[in-house]
Design a protein around this ligand. Sequence first.
Ligand code: NAP
Length: 276
Amino acid sequence: MDEYYTGKIAIVTGANSGIGYAVSEELLKRGATVYMAGRNPEKIARAAEQLSAYGERVRTLVMDVTKQEQVQKGIEETAAEAGRLDFLFNNAGVGGTLPFEQVTLEDWKTIIDTNLWSVIYGVHFAVPIMLRQGSGHVVNTSSIAGIIPPPFQALYSLTKYGVTGMTECLKYEFAEKGLHFSTICPANIATAIFNKSIDGKTHGELRIPDDAYPVEKAAAFILDRVAEQKGIIIVPEDPNTDVWKGYVLGDREVEERLFQMARDRREAFEKGGTYF
Ligand SMILES: NC(=O)c1ccc[n+]([C@@H]2O[C@H](COP(=O)([O-])OP(=O)(O)OC[C@H]3O[C@@H](n4cnc5c(N)ncnc54)[C@H](OP(=O)(O)O)[C@@H]3O)[C@@H](O)[C@H]2O)c1
């Protein structure tokens, strides 16, 4: 499957850590040139430095994905410099597990800008380039919370359902034009996202869940499925993530699991403890 990536040009947003960094490394292993994009110049330079063994194929872009002009500039300058753009991984994002009562309107704006407008900007500026080429693959990161609604994640889930819906629509709309779209729906992947919270709010202890899936394995799995041009990519695929099918079908047992999760999270928040 490496031939899907060898010699190709890819942009990965949020590439300085977590899934974005691991996907960048895996793309490099598979022969792509990777423009690692991050909002913080020092952080992205440090991340690229760790991958300097890949030489000229490692590039960096300073790009705050909430800023339309920075996303446009990054995408258009990359395509101009490299002569094409084969992959855009709209990966950057922030989490947000909070009781609805504590969510401010500023929180809604921040998360929508970071998780949803970022993807809209990316797609808006990459698609015309890919259409001119007659090829390209956009890979948008949603979440398992973009296909099933975890309680206390209304904020996050809103953005991720948006990403799933948009990406799936475009997959069908552009299929005849040589463009491909994939939606990544991670469950719990072991990254720093669990140690952060929107606007620095920490409600209880934030920690990586014990059963979180290793990020390097997630990146390899993602690229294998992207190379198969799969639409929705759930990672990891296991009985726990498979419950989304039951949810879509209105399965009462799945609903009961979600009610129980809500009770557990409410109790944890009220105690000020961890919500896992
Ligand atoms: N890990 C999971 O279990 C999980 C589950 C479902 C979905 N996801 C999704 O996977 C994606 C990657 O998350 P992760 O788990 O790898 O978390 P992470 O390690 O925290 O990485 C998030 C990345 O996004 C970047 N970012 C945030 N806001 C940005 C902005 N305004 N402009 C540019 N970059 C920005 C961060 O940069 P800074 O370092 O500068 O903040 C960081 O590089 C996210 O979209 C997340 O929602 C993750």
